[in-house]
Write a protein that binds this ligand. Structure first.
Ligand code: FUB
Length: 319
């Protein structure tokens, strides 16, 4: 009898004993603006880094961080291989960024701010750094910004050229999306560091910032931070081409606790779909001291995305 009880106990431990990741997933530093990629069986998570004090009323973001995981639960911190100081033309905060791999090279597109010089009058700008490894070292790939404020005139504010996201289609064509206030996009040349044609802009319903574009089956998805009267949420559109036209589909995730922004990144890993975002729930956290979380995402049969449930538990180890 005793041994049956013992065996049942062991069975339950094995069955229920798997530990969830817990949200937020990074707890030793404040992180925001998640941009995950999967490369050679590892998830690399590129993030912003909030360093503002508890009393601060604005961002202080000095560099960009990289983490990796092979189970979505345990994350290794690879430090800060890139900062605005890596770009001679840059000054100010290290806003959202996105790294992609092409032909064994890693291109990290970042939003930061431009010095006043012969190339720009200042304002937000997008640069690109390159490395042979997902964790660096990275160096400025161009020696100048890829996008400066003067290149887009559809919004008057000087910080509309933020939040780059790159999507590479099945035929190898890369597209750069970005923007605050409107979504802008342009094709990239094969070298990944020059635009290939004009800059377009449009305004998806409720669009604020933080575009993220990907393809699943035959459908293209444009996911973004949106706002009405509440803090930001995540909404999305779909299209049959990365150039649109984009059809509005609805809300993926409601606003997050203790933070007025939200910013998403999406990855499929070991057969499951994951939705990364940030909130302000770490102790002493807030809108300028954010933390990255991850939860499962699910699709309906027609390809539409079910609303993501924000959990404290997070996700189970990926196998
Ligand atoms: O992290 C700074 C800014 O806050 C990002 O660029 C936006 O997407 C928002 O998350």
């Amino acid at each position: 009898m005793k041994s049956t009880f013992y065996l049942t106990f062991l069975f339950c431990l094995g069955f229920f004993g798997k530990s969830y990741s817990q949200n937020p997933i990074i707890t030793d530093v404040f992180t925001a603006d998640p941009a995950p990629i999967v490369y050679q069986d590892t998830v690399f998570l590129y993030t912003s880094h909030d360093t503002a004090s508890v009393e601060a009323t604005n961002y202080q973001m000095k560099d960009w961080l990289v983490f990796s995981s092979t189970d979505m639960v345990n994350w290794t911190n690879h430090g800060a291989p890139l900062s605005p100081k890596s770009f001679s033309w840059a000054t100010g905060d290290a806003y959202a960024a996105h790294c992609v791999e092409k032909d064994g090279k890693f291109y990290w597109y970042v939003s930061t701010f431009h010095k006043k010089d012969e190339n720009s009058n200042g304002g937000a700008a997008i640069g690109v750094a390159v490395s042979d490894s997902p964790t660096g070292p990275f160096k400025d790939a161009l020696g100048k910004a890829l996008i400066v404020n003067e290149m887009t005139t559809d919004n008057e504010h000087g910080w509309d050229d933020i939040d780059p996201a790159v999507f590479i289609d099945d035929d190898g064509q890369a597209y750069l999306y970005w923007g605050n206030g409107s979504c802008k996009w342009a094709k990239l040349k094969d070298n990944m560091v020059e635009l290939d044609g004009p800059i377009h802009h449009f305004k998806p319903k409720h669009f604020i910032e933080g575009p993220w574009v990907y393809k699943r089956q035959d459908l293209y998805y444009l996911v973004y931070a949106s706002a009405g009267t509440k803090p930001e949420m995540i909404e999305y559109c779909t299209a049959s081409s990365p150039e649109g036209p984009w059809n509005y589909q609805g809300i993926i995730m409601e606003n997050v606790p203790n933070c007025f922004t939200v910013h998403s990144g999406i990855a499929t890993y070991k057969g499951k779909d994951y939705f990364f975002y940030h909130n302000g729930t770490l102790p002493t956290g807030g809108s300028y001291r954010r933390s990255i979380c991850v939860d499962y995402m699910h699709y309906n049969e027609d390809g539409t995305i079910r609303k993501v449930t924000q959990t404290k538990e997070g996700v189970l180890p990926a196998e």
